[in-house]
Design a protein around this ligand. Structure first.
Ligand SMILES: Nc1ncnc2c1ncn2[C@@H]1O[C@H](COP(=O)(O)OP(=O)(O)OP(=O)(O)O)[C@@H](O)[C@H]1O
Ligand SMILES: [Mg+2]
Length: 112
């Protein structure tokens, strides 16, 4: 299994959720977070200028998926979250060791 963590622009949530729904993804977690990337939270950066870092509001989406769906999920998030502008976000993928559905005790892919 893989655990996919995506940091996206907040207004993209609906279209990202629809993209994941189309892939048959059955669950996801969303959190409000703040962060910065290469522009350190500013729209433009001037060479040599010193800037304080600003944290920009983003949404963090977390999705646990079976190995064979991971690439498709990553591509779906990319396609739905992308505006082609700075700050569009990032997607990370890590190996997921275990998952358990608490009500049934199911584990692995069956728990997702
Ligand atoms: N290396 C990183 N580690 C963890 N979180 C990151 C990292 N880079 C970016 N983020 C998170 O992703 C958000 C969006 O990053 P952003 O899209 O601005 O990245 P970028 O590298 O500056 O790309 P771009 O030039 O397209 O803006 C940040 O606000 C931060 O929350
Ligand atoms: Mg950026």
């Amino acid at each position: 299994m893989k655990f996919i963590i995506a940091i996206i622009q907040p207004h993209r949530l609906d279209v990202v959720r629809e993209g994941l729904l189309k892939l048959g993804i059955e669950g996801m977690t969303v959190s409000e977070v703040r962060g910065y990337g290469r522009q350190k939270g500013h729209k433009e950066i001037y060479r040599g200028a010193e800037y304080a870092i600003s944290f920009v509001p983003k949404l963090k989406i977390e999705v646990a998926v079976a190995d064979e769906r991971a690439e498709d999920v990553m591509a779906a998030i990319r396609d739905s979250a992308r505006a082609g502008k700075i700050g569009d976000g990032k997607i990370f993928m890590v190996d997921l060791q275990a998952a358990m559905r608490i009500r049934t005790g199911e584990t692995g892919d069956n728990a997702l």
